[in-house]
Design a protein around this ligand. Structure first.
Ligand code: GLA
Length: 384
């Protein structure tokens, strides 16, 4: 049994005086390329990672959901299903579950009461989608316990709706889709307009290395929302639904009509969409040199045009680039303003990346970084 499963079984037994009947999991994610493109109806190329949120569960006879969380010292909270579910002030972590339950009920599903114990090892606040993994695993647990056949895509949409309308974070659809539908050893090319997906093989000798800057992601929500509305304003200037619908030529033609910052931010989204589509072709061929160029362009575009990197993140990218040179790629990943960097590099360079970070990052920033070497993993699943 995995550590998480053991931990959960113990917590469940202590809390509910019974054995759990079911286990469910959903992973966090890392985005290889395609940043701030999802809410512009564009393209992203994330993979699910082998860090996950897990739920141990059994059905109840009444319509209550009682839930306890290992990551919050076994804190326990409960809500009743067949009336409006209030947000919790004391157990904020439970608002993701409350939001998912509310959304399922709003969609007309009949959800049954349940005892749930939750534990996760996705680093929180690092931009690796611990929240999306909690939303998706909650959706899977509540729907499967209630005998509801909801597709994984609809569970992803349910998670996003809970986050947008219950928790109040205006995220796109990338995180929930890959947490629901990721595949072992593959990244997922997602068209965020049609929600079509395509599996993109990650070459066997390439390691997915995540470096957590441990820079607290300040202002992330407000800056995220500002970027989002700036993109929407440029789209409405062009009278199109989303930036997905305009080309670089369209943008250049109207450059003098646009505010300088708005122009650069739109340029990031348009060029990032093109890079993401190219990367989805290049990655399976194993051409890490070309992947490296695309990732470097992506990072520069996030830093100079979209303005979402911070000095600590730029430092990690420089340190890692110094090790891998043309043999792989490195860029900031996720929403920005701190969080993580992702590198795709030959497996034989992983130790050198680790030592370079150990030797240089603290001296340059006064912070220490955490490194996770990940495998692209399956999306949400029922565990035996
Ligand atoms: C966050 C959001 C995603 C996406 C990324 C940026 O992770 O939750 O929907 O917008 O930022 O690519």
């Amino acid at each position: 049994m995995t550590d998480l499963k053991l931990q959960l079984t113990k917590l469940f037994e202590e809390t509910f005086n019974a054995q759990p009947n079911h286990f469910f999991q959903a992973p966090g994610r890392v985005n290889l390329i395609g940043e701030h493109t999802d809410y512009n109806d564009g393209f992203v190329l994330p993979c699910a990672i082998d860090y996950q949120t897990m739920i141990a569960a059994s059905l109840r006879e009444d319509d209550k959901v009682v839930v306890t969380a290992a990551n919050y010292d076994g804190q326990k909270t409960e809500f009743v299903l067949n009336r409006p579910i209030p947000a919790s002030k004391g157990a904020k972590w439970s608002n993701y579950l409350r939001g998912v339950a509310t959304t399922l009920l709003k969609k007309g599903y009949s959800v049954k009461g349940a005892n749930l114990a939750i534990a996760g090892n996705v680093p929180q606040g690092a931009g690796l989608s611990s929240s999306a993994s909690l939303e998706v695993v909650t959706g899977l647990a509540l729907s499967r316990l209630s005998g509801l056949e909801i597709s994984l895509k609809d569970l992803a949409l349910t998670g996003q709706e809970a986050e947008n309308h219950y928790v109040g974070v205006n995220c796109g659809i990338m995180d929930q889709m890959v947490s629901a539908l990721g595949e072992n050893d593959h990244a997922m090319l997602l068209d965020c307009r049609s929600l079509d997906t395509r599996s993109v093989a990650i070459p066997e000798d390439a390691a997915v290395v995540i470096i957590n800057s441990n820079k607290k992601r300040g202002l992330v929500d407000s800056e995220y929302n500002t970027r989002r509305s700036q993109c929407e304003q440029v789209a409405s200037h062009f009278k199109v639904k989303a930036l997905r619908d305009i080309s670089l030529e369209d943008l250049e033609e109207q450059k003098s009509q646009l505010d300088e910052l708005a122009y650069r931010q739109a340029r990031h989204v348009i060029t990032e969409n093109a890079r993401t589509l190219t990367a989805a072709e290049v990655l399976p061929t194993g051409n890490l040199k070309l992947m490296g160029q695309l990732m470097a362009q992506s990072h520069a575009s996030m830093r100079d045009d979209f303005e979402i990197t911070v000095p600590q993140i730029d430092a990690i990218v420089e340190i890692v680039k110094g090790v891998i040179g043309e043999r792989g790629g490195v860029r900031m990943t996720g929403g920005g303003f701190g969080g993580c960097v992702v590198a795709l590099a030959p497996t034989d360079l992983v130790d050198d990346i680790q030592s370079a970070i150990d030797q240089q990052y603290f001296d340059r920033t006064g912070l220490t970084a955490d490194i996770y070497v990940c495998n692209a993993s399956q999306g949400t699943s029922v565990l035996i």
